[in-house]
Write a protein that binds this ligand. Sequence first.
Ligand SMILES: C[S@@+](CC[C@H](N)C(=O)[O-])C[C@H]1O[C@@H](n2cnc3c(N)ncnc32)[C@H](O)[C@@H]1O
Length: 251
Amino acid sequence: MKSKYQFAGTKENYEDYSSGRVVYGAAGATNFPVRLSSEVFQQCAHYLKTKGNVGPYKLYDPFCGVAYSLTVIGFLHGAEIESISGSDSDSRMLEFAQKNLSLLTTTGLSKRIEELKRFVQEYNKDSHKEALESAYRLQSKIRSFQTGRIQSFQFNAVSDEEFPESLPRVDMVITDLPYGELAQWEVSGTEESYVERFLEKLRRRLGLISVTAIIHDKKQPISHSGYKAVRSFALGKRRIVLLESERNSAR
Ligand SMILES: C[S@@+](CC[C@H](N)C(=O)[O-])C[C@H]1O[C@@H](n2cnc3c(N)ncnc32)[C@H](O)[C@@H]1O
């Protein structure tokens, strides 16, 4: 199993994207490393290009939490992305997800800048001043998304219900499965069946040439007869598997 970063360099400073700085964090939300998000996105884009899908991509995270990873990917790779969708079963997470994804729009980021300015005036804290500097830096490089190109919605990804029609057929799914104490599966039933159930439903929302990247811990077997693993690797404590649906492999 390969375990090296191929695309996301070590030299990049990811400080501006830290959780709780410009991007909102929430109590109980998991923090996903920025460099890893960037690496996974770039591996997916590389795979899709080899299959003839040169983008821009419709990206979806069905277990998006506060949409931290999605927002960071939007900041870092917005030029390659057509739309971003995120869903989660937890309405509290979604409040933050909505706020975070709005940072990818000119209006949303300007609002955040105004909020940080108020915090600096009221509290005169270094952390707020640094966050404001980061927000200005992000503003100078943002590729603003139109509001209709980003969406977040409440949805149980392993229920019997189909994904909503408002979700476009997506090219790229990047998702960090619930694990550990912070992010439990919100469903009853056996754990082994969750991933399979979710992958079965997801197949019907995938575009013609797509890739699904699942980040998981080693206890969770990731398999489904409708998908083939095209790459799997470990980075730090996480395992990542890139799956192609059978429609891709038939090409
Ligand atoms: C590991 S966290 C994802 C964190 C996310 N990548 C981020 O950057 O904020 C997993 C998420 O799965 C959600 N979740 C758990 N069971 C779910 C289900 N059945 N359907 C949809 N989301 C679920 C949890 O609420 C949690 O937010």
